[in-house]
Design a binder for this molecule. Structure first.
Ligand code: GLC
Ligand code: CA
Length: 556
């Protein structure tokens, strides 16, 4: 298997990483300043959320110009500098390839709007309205209609914000256009791409109504998700790119099924090296997704383990490959979501990290998780996230929630939780900037920050350093067989990772209560632990809240 699979990828959401020029907005200069820091986390690749020219409706995921850098973030020269500085430290840069849609200010779309005869019209889905309504009943993934009106009786398909216009991949010029963009950045020296919502680039032919007999907008689901042509289109494009370049590739699979994952990232002939899936992120959500509040306050470790088992076993048995993550720019902070962001913040941060770095697959981490950053309560006038702002209305109109509950749901789930500035120190503005940042700073920066944790050997940060170092030194954690143990235990997740030369056992208490469990095998030695004062191994064991251990077992 490709050795790059045994990598560590650190995701940067540039706007909130580090500001280098005192305008309150993170930038490329800030990333360059922190490369040494990233090296101490044993990072192989940085995945940069979009840094192209953007109107910031969806902060970079609405791209006006794929061939240039957003002026707020820097220049192409600075980008080249970032590439070479990163390379000196053995770090590759992965760009975000947003290929499902361009922004409505992109040159292609402007041309398309200008004249009905423009060849660019067919780059998008322009359609006439039906009986004074939208051309079909698909719901946008950000809520509301999936269509945006462009003239009297004409609409264009916009599956996210109205300013993000879906590309028509049936058109070969679109496919060539996307291949050209990739080649441009690969020529400059980027290591690869993360492909944004790449499994929804093909839409069901004819764009028919979904559930035509139902009232209201309908989730288009199997009319947009992982259609065969989505795969074929990308195969063609990647074929062209791979004629000239070798690259690292990870696809975002929106609501990805195992069947689809199997197609996208099979190890013997991968279209992408690995895929992201959403099952853990959506563990406490109803069928309508992230803001579906029905199961909001309940999820169990048993359910969590079922999801983990399902993916670990399937990718192992059917030989495909996945990217593992707990946090990213689209989800609340995982300490707040799955762990305990109060009494056991430090312990739970370590436990979840240990979990993520010991699974089969390639581990990703997201800026700030290495210091145990938590969600930040934002008041309504502080919200920046378009998804949250739109869904706040949708929850009230479509789901008939009272405003104060809708507000609570949004506060809990908004992406802004993950987008507050990285907390570098307890200095003014958390050392992120010299002025007030563009988005609210989490007031807990006085306590939770990088500087504080640098010299504390027991800090979350130093735990991540040990853990990532350990991960790099033990390929068994990447490629070894995954076998679950204690599978019925309601609080503990545990498994063995084994290859020809090594056997590691991982046991983690994912709960905020002490737990008891029984073990047959007690020989072996701890090689990495979350706690320094754990009890010696015995047939009957007690683990403290969020205690986790990696133990080396002898091979017989
Ligand atoms: C992906 C991105 C998300 C963005 C959406 C539309 O899910 O991760 O941030 O809003 O695609 O581009
Ligand atoms: Ca700046």
């Amino acid at each position: 298997m490709k050795k790059e699979l045994a990598s560590i990828v650190y995701q940067i959401w540039p706007r909130s990483f580090k500001d280098s020029n005192g305008d309150g907005i993170g930038d490329l200069g800030g990333i360059i300043e922190k490369l040494d820091y990233l090296q101490t986390l044993n990072v192989d690749y940085i995945w940069l959320s979009p840094v192209y020219v953007s109107g910031n409706v969806d902060y970079g995921y609405d791209i006006d110009d794929y061939y240039n850098i957003q002026p707020e973030y820097g220049t192409l020269e600075q980008f080249d500098n970032l590439l070479s500085e990163a390379k000196k430290r053995g770090i590759g840069i992965i760009m975000d390839m947003v290929a499902n849609h361009t922004s409505s200010s992109h040159e292609w779309f402007k041309q398309a709007l200008e004249s009905p005869d423009s060849p660019y019209r067919d780059y998008y889905f322009f359609r006439k309205g039906k009986n004074g309504k939208e051309p079909n009943n698909w719901i946008s993934l950000f809520g509301g209609s999936g269509w945006t009106k462009v003239s009297e009786n004409e609409y264009v398909l916009t599956m996210f914000a109205p300013q993000q216009v879906d590309l028509n991949w049936e058109n070969p010029n679109v496919r060539d256009g996307i291949a050209d963009i990739m080649k441009f950045w690969l020529r400059r020296g980027v290591a690869g791409f993360r492909y944004d919502v790449i499994n929804i680039i093909s839409k069901k032919a004819g764009l028919p109504d979904k559930n035509p007999h139902k009232k209201g907008y309908q989730f288009a689901d199997d009319y947009i998700n992982s259609l065969p042509r989505a795969f074929d289109f990308m195969e063609e494009v990647m074929g062209k790119v791979r004629e000239e370049f070798e690259l690292f590739t990870v696809g975002e699979g929106m609501l990805l099924t195992q069947e689809a994952a199997m197609r996208y990232s099979r190890c013997d002939d991968p279209l992408f090296d690995m895929m992201f899936q959403f099952d853990l992120a959506l563990i406490d959500c109803g069928p309508l997704g992230k803001y579906d509040f029905r199961k909001f306050y309940h999820w169990t470790i048993k359910e969590f383990k079922t999801i983990v088992r399902k993916w670990q076993m399937d990718m192992q048995n059917r030989n495909y490959w996945m990217a593992n993550y707990l946090s990213n720019h689209d989800q609340p902070r995982h300490i707040s979501h799955y762990g305990n962001d109060k009494k056991y913040r430090v312990e739970s941060a370590k436990a979840w990290a240990m979990f993520n770095f010991t699974l089969r697959g390639t581990p990703f981490l997201y800026q700030g998780e290495e210091i145990g950053m938590t969600d930040c309560k934002l008041e309504m006038d502080e919200w920046k996230d378009i998804e949250a702002i739109t869904d706040y209305k949708v929850l009230q109109t479509m789901m008939k929630l009272p405003a104060f509950i809708a507000r609570k749901v949004i506060q809990k789930k908004t992406r802004d939780n993950a987008r507050t500035p990285v907390q570098w120190s307890d200095a003014a503005f958390a050392g992120f900037s010299t002025v007030k940042p563009w988005i609210k700073l989490n007031p807990n920066y006085l306590d939770i920050n990088v500087e504080n944790q640098e010299n504390d050997s027991q800090s979350v940060l130093n735990f991540y350093r040990n853990l990532t170092g350990f991960y790099k030194a033990h390929p068994v954690l990447t490629f070894g067989r995954w076998t679950e143990i204690l599978s019925d235990h309601p609080q503990i997740i545990a498994y063995v990772r084994e290859d020809d030369s090594e056997k590691l056992q991982i046991i983690i208490n994912l709960s905020s209560k002490p737990v008891t469990f029984s073990l047959d095998e007690i020989e072996g030695k701890d090689v990495l632990t979350t706690h320094t004062d754990g009890a010696p191994w015995n047939h009957k064991m007690v683990f403290a809240p969020y205690e986790g251990r990696i133990r080396e077992l002898s091979k017989h």
